[in-house]
Design a protein around this ligand. Structure first.
Ligand code: 5GP
Length: 378
């Protein structure tokens, strides 16, 4: 009898209790929620970690922010006042920032790839991505500026390419293995890959061929082909981008869908230097020259060098705010110059369309002065 009891007791201690505690542990393991959408590149970096570590959905469940009505609803904003994705909600903390989410997942789930959280090259690439690329990535898909600190898409795209080149230079050309830091996946791979999907698919829309610099391009192709998790994330992000296509997202975005269909004008020949003009200002974006048929002692024309569909002012959109500001600021500066014939004042005129007698369909600002001008104009 005693032997039987002792056996039962030791059976409970050695078999049932550990099972029960395992069961209790997995039952009480915190269920976190990652609020994210497939197209989100910063969310996709967290998904790469979830997928590669095979973290079960019972532990971290991916949810759409639409489950709470969207990013700007009080319910979502209560969890993430930034109103952005991704957001990880755990039972102890809400984490509304992708790198911090990734590092939380890495320290919480130790199985599988460790993503080299202390590798300095990996961290440098990820940090440059977050500080200098993510902050202006909107130039690849947002309709209107600003894109980070840049007021025009072309300036933001130029900066983006510069930063990609800096990252490209950090990749060891002698490295072995398909990943950015060699044969083991790192946080840099998870961070950079989803954004490079955007760059590879969208930069060509804005006239940039060979969107990815060479070492990044080789890495991007290899991980996409050879690592199933990267293939899966590529398909998720691309699916989102493809749906933008069918939703008509690009139709009103300059270059990506919207094109200048109007014929060239005499001003294009002045810009190219094919016909002479008395040029008084050229800063690469704005050109100013003396009107050939001056209506006042001082009469300048100030024009955008890239017409960007502005054959008339009435075609302007928010994308033109920067160039329209430049035209007026340049006009004001030039009208301060007595050597150009200006005295105490000027009149700024834009003739727009037939009713105003516009002759040249390339937006131009007349700057008139050097005499007293009557009002109202005829
Ligand atoms: P709009 O009537 O379109 O507002 O003004 C067009 C202006 O362009 C006119 O004042 C006209 O004199 C000027 N213009 C037209 N062709 C030339 C040219 O070949 N050279 C210069 N400098 N001005 C021109």
């Amino acid at each position: 009898m005693r032997v039987k009891q002792a056996f039962r007791f030791s059976f409970i201690i050695s078999v049932i209790l550990p099972l029960a505690s395992t069961f209790t542990l997995s039952m009480s393991a915190p269920t976190s929620k990652l609020y994210d959408l497939p197209v989100s590149n910063n969310g996709a970096r967290c998904r790469i970690i979830l997928y590669k570590k095979e973290i079960p959905t019972g532990e971290v469940q991916i949810s759409s922010p639409m489950d709470l009505g969207g990013l700007k609803t009080p319910e979502y904003l209560e969890l993430n006042p930034q109103g952005k994705m991704p957001l990880l909600v755990t039972d102890s903390i809400n984490i509304p920032e992708s790198d911090t989410i990734c590092r939380y997942l890495l320290s919480t789930y130790k199985t599988g790839a460790d993503f080299q959280p202390d590798n300095p090259t990996s961290n440098l690439i990820a940090r440059i991505h977050d500080m200098y690329v993510t902050t202006i990535q909107g130039c690849l898909y947002k309709a209107v500026p600003p894109f980070g600190i840049f007021g025009t898409r072309s300036d933001a795209i130029e900066e983006l390419q510069k930063q990609l080149k800096i990252i490209d230079d950090l990749i060891d050309s002698e490295k072995h293995g398909i990943y950015l830091c060699g044969s083991e996946v790192s946080l840099a791979d998870a961070t950079l890959f989803p954004t490079m999907i955007f760059v590879a698919l969208l930069l060509p829309k804005f006239g940039v061929e060979d969107a990815l610099p060479p070492k990044i391009a080789k890495w991007y192709d290899e991980v996409r082909e050879k690592d199933q998790v990267f293939t899966k994330v590529y398909d998720e992000v691309k699916g989102g981008i493809d749906s933008w296509e069918s939703n008509g997202r690009w139709e009103n975005i300059w270059m990506a869908g919207l094109r200048d269909e109007d014929p060239d004008t005499i001003f294009d020949k002045i810009i190219s230097g094919d016909i002479p003009a008395s040029i008084v200002h050229d800063d690469g974006k704005v050109l100013a020259f003396k009107d050939i048929n001056a209506a006042a002692p001082a009469h300048l024309l100030v024009i955008p060098k890239d017409r960007m569909n502005l054959s008339k002012l009435r075609k302007s959109t928010d994308e033109h705010i920067e160039i329209l500001g430049r035209l007026l600021v340049t006009a004001g500066k030039l009208a301060n110059d007595p050597e150009l014939g200006f005295e105490d004042g000027c009149r700024i005129v834009i003739n727009d369309g037939p009713d105003a007698g516009q002759e040249v369909p390339h937006l131009h600002v007349h700057v008139l002065g050097g005499r007293s001008l009557t009002w109202p104009p005829g």
